[in-house]
Design a protein around this ligand. Sequence first.
Ligand SMILES: [Zn+2]
Length: 296
Amino acid sequence: MRHHNAAMAGFLCCFVACCAFQSQAATPFRRTEKSTSELLQSAPGNGEAIIWHLYHSGFALKTAHHLLIFDYWPGNHVPADKKGLAAGLIDPNEIKGEDVIVFISHEHDDHFYRDCIEWKDKVKTIRYVVSPEVSRADKRFASQEDSIISIAPNKTANIKDIQVKTLRSTDSGVAFLVKTDGLTIYHSGDHACWNWNNDPNMESRFATELLKPLEGEDIDIAMHVCDPRLKTSGWGGIGAFTQKYKPRMVAPMHLMGKYKETQEIESFLKSINSPSSFWAIQGRGDCVIYQREKKG
Ligand SMILES: [Zn+2]
């Protein structure tokens, strides 16, 4: 009997360990206790990224060779006692050693922080990739060879080793698909299924027609509109998007600081068997490390 129990305990340990391993392997990202300076000094490998949620639709991703910043906006309730990435803020001194690419999807105030043009005085290598709406809204963001790159919708541009593809937004500007350092990254900007009237056909049309340029893409990390005002009509299309394009990881954006909603979005995605791992962002400066699973 003792032998039997021991064998059983051994089996259970193995079983639990296997399950733990499997659930870890299924989620391609993990939280970290490391400080921002440790993270900035570290060197992610190919297919890896350190991702900070900044605020609203803003994210910063450190990849093997770049720091990619999307739609930064500090917001209206900036914490007075904290600064830098850990507080969801860009301090150009903190990132001055990075190769920075700033992506701005369109000109709306909640996606476009105009003072980011001043970061170039502190950051040694910085480029701005913007939609034509941004160039028109502020002349300082007009195209300049090699430093400000304005890309029209449905175009592909190569900026050094970074490939950028744009999708025409259902609102203003573009969504970005960015390929670099072994990663494919999607940021929706305001490209979403703005289904204010609960039209039952709108979401499938959004996924099949308006996201069509994503067909055949193998997306690692996606940031997609999840607007709490649209919760009764699919949050802006994140469900249909993940079901069709199956990014390994998806993060909600356009939350306007309503981080409590992330649990509800997670439940919604589970209820429709979304294939993507969901990052339930907890607040400004929330940070995870993404690692593309090794196949085979
Ligand atoms: Zn917006």
